[in-house]
Design a protein around this ligand. Structure first.
Ligand code: 5RP
Length: 225
């Protein structure tokens, strides 16, 4: 990542913290994503930590960063509802459908996003695409099912590549799938999630973002589907 891209990530992370600040109160829990853009958001959130109750995290890495800032982290099982979930993405289209999971955290990210009233996605402009699928689609699989699932992914037209040496926070493996036809991301998300042995895939199309904040050289653009 070059310095310019990191500055854009920092800018959009700060913008997201400002964006949600007016909605915060002493009872608010904020859902927090994973990755370098989410890290910038966590750092900005820390500056206003006295304005909300705490966070629900989507990964061990984000949990550590939140705790290091003195932000209390709550278990999702102890929480009924989240005001907002803020996270980055690897690709985003104009319907606010996403590919996520380069960090291998997409299953927990999807779970936390699913209980949030609003999903705010934060990206630098390099993540915006006309059509999803240039970035390989991460699929989290139960370890013993890796080869079986990979054969099914080939049958769907993809080229699965095992992410060697990587274990998810859930103790599973990741297969990155190249060359899938993602013209219909909603049906592809559902179809891959139906494969026996798949935990979840990195398409966020059934439940896309509600708001997309994009950092480019002119500032931050707010997009809604
Ligand atoms: C992790 C993710 C990240 O949100 C995604 O990979 C974007 O990461 P970054 O902000 O570092 O570019 O889905 O599983």
């Amino acid at each position: 990542m070059n310095q310019d891209q990191d500055q854009l990530k920092a800018a959009v992370g700060q913008y997201a913290a400002d964006f949600i600040e007016r909605q915060l109160d002493a009872e608010t829990l904020v859902g927090v994503g994973t990755g370098s853009t989410a890290n910038h958001f966590i750092d900005s959130l820390a500056k206003i930590k006295h304005k909300f109750k705490g966070a629900v995290s989507s990964s061990l890495a984000s949990t550590h960063r939140l705790a290091a800032h003195g932000i209390e982290v709550f278990e999702l099982n102890d929480v009924n509802e989240l005001l907002v979930y803020v996270d980055g993405a690897d690709e985003a289209n104009d319907k606010l459908q996403l590919i996520k999971g380069a960090g291998g955290a997409h299953t927990r990210e999807k779970i936390v996003a699913s209980v949030a009233r609003q999903f705010v996605c934060i990206v630098d402009a390099s993540k915006i695409v006309g059509r999803l699928g240039v970035f390989p689609l991460p699929v989290e699989v139960i370890p013993m099912a890796r080869s079986a699932v990979s054969r099914e992914l080939v049958a769907l037209g993809g080229k699965p590549v095992y992410r060697e040496g990587f274990v998810t926070d859930n103790g599973n493996m990741i297969v990155d799938v190249y060359d899938l036809d993602l013209t219909e991301p909603v049906s592809m998300e559902r179809e891959i999630n139906q494969l026996t042995g798949v935990v979840s895939n990195g398409l966020f199309a059934v439940r896309p973002a509600d708001i997309l904040l994009v950092g480019d050289k002119n500032g931050i653009q707010e997009k809604r589907a």
